[in-house]
Design a protein around this ligand. Sequence first.
Ligand SMILES: [Zn+2]
Length: 450
Amino acid sequence: MNALRAHAAAHLTEHIDLLDGLVRLPSVAAQGQGLDETATAVCGLFEAAGGTAEILRLPGAAPAVLAEFTGRSDRTLLFYDHYDVQPAEPLDEWTVPPFQVTVRDGRIYGRGTSDNKGDLVTRVAALRALRDTSGGLPCRVLFLVEGEEEIGSVHFDSYVAALRDRLRADACVWEYGDRDPAGRMNVIAGVKGICYVELELTAASRDLHSSLGALVEGAATRLAWAVAGLRDATGRILIPGFYDRVTPPRAKAVAATREVPFEEGQMQMHVGVRGFIGGRTGGDALRALLFEPTCTVCGLEAGYTGGGMKTVLPRRARAKIDFRLVPDQDPEEIVRLLRAHLDRAGFADCAIKPLGGERAFQTDLSHPFVRTVVDAVRQSTGRETVLLPTSAGTGPMYPLGDLLGVPILSIGSGYWGCNAHAPDEHIRVDDFEETIVMIAHLLERFALES
Ligand SMILES: [Zn+2]
């Protein structure tokens, strides 16, 4: 590992320059910007590191990149990354230019540095380190890099289905990973699913004088009732059938959760609240965060919200709702259950527009790859790790994990304060360098597994 460390240190500037090359391409999926040229640049990055790479295109989709590196063993590790980024707005809140790398105070700033161009570069840099120090790679390596992660990976399952045979691998390393405030690397073994819908109610043919409130029920009031009926104050979702497919978490996952440091006071302070839903604390709160589905009103829009008074009875009201799902829940079925629930509750006229759905995925923690990753992280960083059975967030793990049947774990170059999706996104230089060694060391250990 000393040779790897020396290599990572000696080539640090070069690797930051590689990252700068990617950050300078503003690949904002939401705005359809810079996607082709970034996919081409990613291909070039892989080829320069000694791999073969190909741009793939499905109709109507952003291009994806598939790359292959041969190694001394046929064991194959697949990396999943994405080259698209979130929009940089609000631009006036950045203290550095978003679309170029700025190194300042031990940090590497720029849109995509943490999510997830930095991870992608550390992975390529790890392969370069292995080749330069030992003449080749210990195992075969594949990369699948998509360009629509930040807009819900809309075509990702089609890409995975089309590439199924070429993606055959023994395990997969996911896009991101962060270090907690104590410096421990989070090794994350799953994601929640999501079902995102827009609800819309129309109460009248036009906005009305609110004196008609004696006779006509406004759309805003009815939408508030409809939304309030989705969940109770303890977090329990009130849609009949919603929990039918929810099974208790696996024993190994529950056991791992007991080892996860969770301080609710610190978290409450961090997010600026006095307490959690249902008064949950400690392990109970952590279990809810990781293993329970949610229903959140993400936005409400109705009537007049400008200054002063406008006595209006709004004709239309809209709500955006997300449900975070747990394994075995199917987003399409959730939409059907929601439809039936609204019909029964007197809201048959409430339109539901599904805006996105992904299923949850959790790697079985008894798979040997879990130990390999945890040990590799611990040994290369010299610090304790935290194994999280799942993230509370969502990503497209399911198409890969389910179709290929491989274990998937997430580790990367981020830390808790990265400002991902926000102004002044950054990673720390030390983490960037450490991650290169960590990934290289993982590949060495992985190659030895049988
Ligand atoms: Zn993101």
